[in-house]
Ligand binder design. Structure first.
Ligand code: GTP
Length: 421
């Protein structure tokens, strides 16, 4: 029997996803018509013998529990939300809930970061891990990145023959390797012994520490990457499985659009239904339309568009590379390009909502999404996709270019390169 744990963080995390994460927990933000972590749950449910998925995070239970119940019904696996009382770090929560994870005696359990996306083939990871035999305590899924970008991730040096991890450094200052941690793992239950040792050591430190309010050098938070992977490297008990499949982090709204495109492509390859089947209007490339959305037959959508529940798209509207969230309305003859329209937004007729994509450099092999900061060194807003927060209203015949608009704003003129707080 197998289990999986998805680490979903809390409202304190996911700040780079604002304003979209103000209304919905970031793990539930819809990408290609499904909440981000539904893609994870789907990948878990596809592994034979996987019986339970535990969602581990610090969001109030009422925000996650209904989703967990819906997923359990849809995928016919147990799905439960476990509420961490404080941010315990990527391994601290696993330790707190070790009894729940070990219950039923799983042979192994997957751990998935909730803020990554990709073509997760957990069965491949499982076969690789099993082939390493009894000594394999943990296997980390890795992928290739560019030399420069690797510094932003956990870097792995491996034995090319055995794939044992020899060295692991989280976000190194100088070059270590181009092989990076994807935030997807498989572990045996013995890993709790390793985490337990770190927990005991940290508790000792905590109690021997001079407490200075807000400035304590001691912390009970345990990092899977720094406290577990790094010390396990070189022991012959940690392995690395390299995948060449699509993978990306999903830290920003920019990354949500990028991931929307890739998930749509993946679903097309898997033969899952996309908009074309209903064909409510002219569709170009991969487009997902919720069955409750209303689309005028003269609108043109695609490529790479998702339209949410009860959204309305008017006559002559053109939408490309965009996510239109639930109940948003795009009035006649408007254009939406490289943008995310929040829940209940209204875009007036003949308006233009446009952003600038920040995709990985197609000329660099293995390039990943960069988490471009909002502002450049000289204080100017970096061009990015346009995001309208929830309930934003744009009046007719306006242009909104490279802007981030906080929820509830009413835009009565055009805006360019601005953040509207
Ligand atoms: P940043 O670049 O700072 O975001 O670091 P990172 O990419 O290494 O990500 P991080 O380790 O902070 O988070 C990895 C995943 O674990 C994300 O899905 C987080 O939401 C989740 N996570 C981080 N801290 C916690 C925690 O204390 N508890 C739980 N349950 N999840 C966490």
């Amino acid at each position: 029997m197998l289990k999986a744990v998805i680490l979903i963080g809390s409202h304190q995390k996911g700040t780079r996803f604002r304003p979209l994460s103000l209304q919905v927990p970031k793990p539930l933000f819809p990408v290609a018509g499904r909440p981000v972590i539904q893609h994870h749950i789907e990948a878990c449910a596809a592994v034979p013998g996987l019986r339970e998925v535990l969602l581990l995070g610090g969001y109030p239970a009422e925000e996650l529990a209904p989703f967990a119940a819906e997923m359990a019904q849809r995928y016919d696996v147990g799905v439960r939300y476990l509420h961490e009382f404080a941010a315990l770090g990527t391994a601290g929560g696993l330790y707190q809930f070790r009894d729940q994870i070990r219950a039923g005696g799983p042979d192994a359990f997957f751990v998935l970061n909730g803020d990554v996306c990709g073509d997760f083939r957990l069965d491949e990871l499982l076969s690789f891990h099993r082939a390493r035999g009894e000594r394999a305590l943990m296997t980390v899924m890795a992928t290739e990145a560019t030399r420069e970008q690797a510094l932003n991730f956990g870097c792995i040096a491996e034995d090319a023959n055995t794939h044992a991890v020899l060295h692991y450094v989280e976000k190194p200052e100088t070059f270590v390797s181009t092989l990076i941690n994807t935030g997807i793992y498989i572990c045996g239950s013995d890993v709790f012994q390793q985490i337990g040792e770190v927990f005991d050591r940290k508790q000792q430190e905590l109690y021997s520490c001079d407490y200075v309010e807000g400035d304590s050098p001691c912390s009970e938070s345990i990092s899977l990457e720094e406290d577990i992977l790094a010390p396990l490297a070189g022991t012959g008990r940690l392995f690395c499985y390299q995948t060449a499949r699509w993978w990306s982090q999903i830290k920003t709204a920019n990354a949500a659009l990028y991931s929307n495109r890739h998930y749509l492509k993946l679903y097309r390859q898997k033969g899952l239904p996309l908009a074309e089947d209903g064909k409510p209007c002219k569709i170009i490339g991969d487009v997902w339309i919720d069955p409750t959305a209303t689309i005028h037959p003269t609108a043109v959508l695609g490529p790479n568009v998702s339209v949410g529940r009860n959204a309305e798209v008017g006559a002559g509207v053109r939408v490309r590379e965009a996510i239109i969230l639930g109940a948003a309305r795009v009035r006649d003859h408007s254009l939406v390009l490289h943008a995310v329209l929040g829940w209940d937004c209204v875009v007036g007729a003949w308006s233009r909502i446009e952003g600038t994509p920040c995709d990985p450099d197609p000329n660099k092999p293995f390039a990943k999404m960069d988490n471009v900061p909002l502002f450049s060194g000289n204080g100017k807003l970096n061009p990015s996709i346009t995001i309208l927060g929830g309930k934003v209203t744009v009046s007719a015949e306006k242009v909104v270019l490279n802007c981030i608009i906080m929820p509830d704003k009413e835009l009565a003129r055009s805006y360019k390169n601005e953040i509207l707080l």
